[in-house]
Unconditional design. Structure first.
Length: 339
């Protein structure tokens, strides 16, 4: 009997921590059975100071690494905010900020790369820039691709991989637009991150989400797992008001069609993993980011109970699709205790 393809389950652990402390995040991950996470917002010292991981001091990064060793946790990617700024310096009524691109490369991008190296991951999660409201994303592909290529070049020089996430209101807001960016960037160190919930939130049904997922597969690097039930009471204007999104649900209850996606993914995994292996990536990550108690532009919250529900639902969906995964076992406990 042929073995089933396998994935690595990861999480945005800040979603599982009521106070965002490092100890809460490590404890929640361990209790749920995960060994991997992407750090984002974190209070390393437990003193109420919540910071983005890219803004942590060298001393706090070292303390975080100590927690990783103590709890047997590895970093999947940096949950970066790279690319979540305006593409053009245009007043379009949004609160998104603009940073001159050369300054952005030397500042936010360089800091993110350094933190990735410090925490021992090859992956940086990023985005495709906000085009001015009222304009078409397609009209800004050339500039966005040029800037993403320069970010990817900076990552590649340090042996890192830039993952471009699908996200509403950005240039890469749909599967076809994200695929077009990948074609134009044309760099082996840039991969795509699919997120079905981010597509369903654009008023799309499971079949539409599935079709958008399929066009990203040739460049797929990893996936975020969240789901969204379309709210028919909200008038669809073509722009997602991220602060108004309230209908995030576990991955078997929304309109993202994870059953369709995972059954297709099962057949694609061997080829995807072979491509990732050449980049030094240990496997294909499915990263839970469920937003079950709320979500917004730069993050979300699920609580430890919500994250537990999200991971159990994901495991059930993977079982149904015939995809293997590994949670912590007694052997892991023995290893951490030094037996």
């Amino acid at each position: 009997m042929a073995s089933k393809p396998s994935v690595i389950i990861s999480a945005f652990a800040d979603e599982a921590a009521n106070y965002r402390t490092a100890l809460e995040q490590m404890t929640a991950l361990s209790a749920i059975g995960l060994r991997n996470y992407s750090p984002r917002f974190i209070d390393v010292l437990g003193n109420g100071q919540i910071e983005h991981v890219v803004d942590l001091s060298p001393e706090k990064l070292e303390r975080l690494k100590q927690y990783h060793a103590e709890y047997g946790i590895s970093v999947t990617s940096i949950g970066a905010r790279v690319g979540k700024v305006k593409l053009l310096n245009v007043d379009d009524g949004s609160h998104n900020k603009f940073v001159p691109f050369e300054d952005y490369l030397k500042g936010e991008v360089a800091r993110t790369i350094q933190v990735a190296k410090t925490l021992g991951t090859r992956l940086i999660r990023g985005f495709s820039f906000y085009h001015p409201r009222g304009t078409k994303a397609h009209d800004h592909l050339e500039q966005a691709a040029d800037q993403i290529r320069k970010i990817t070049d900076a990552c590649a020089k340090e042996g890192l991989v830039y993952g471009l996430e699908i996200e509403p209101n950005l240039v890469g807001e749909t599967g076809p637009l994200l695929a077009e960016l990948a074609k134009r960037v044309d760099h082996p160190n840039m991969v795509l991150i699919f997120d079905g919930g981010n597509v369903a939130a654009q008023n799309k049904n499971p079949v539409q989400v599935f079709e958008e997922y399929k066009v990203t597969v040739p460049w797929l690097g990893w996936m975020h797992v969240k789901d969204y039930r379309v709210d028919t009471s909200l008038e669809w204007t073509g722009v997602v008001d991220e602060e108004r999104l309230k209908n995030f649900v576990p991955a078997n209850e929304g309109d993202a069609g994870h059953e369709l996606i995972f059954r297709h993914l099962r057949e694609q995994l061997p080829a995807i993993q072979e491509r990732l292996k050449k980049l030094g990536i240990p496997g294909f990550y499915l990263e839970t980011e469920p937003h079950l108690k709320g979500g917004g532009q730069f993050g979300g919250f699920s609580g430890p109970d919500g994250m537990g529900v999200a991971v159990r639902v994901l495991c059930s969906a993977l079982d149904y699709a015939g995809i293997d995964y590994n949670l912590r076992t007694f052997a892991d406990i023995r290893e951490l205790r030094g037996f």
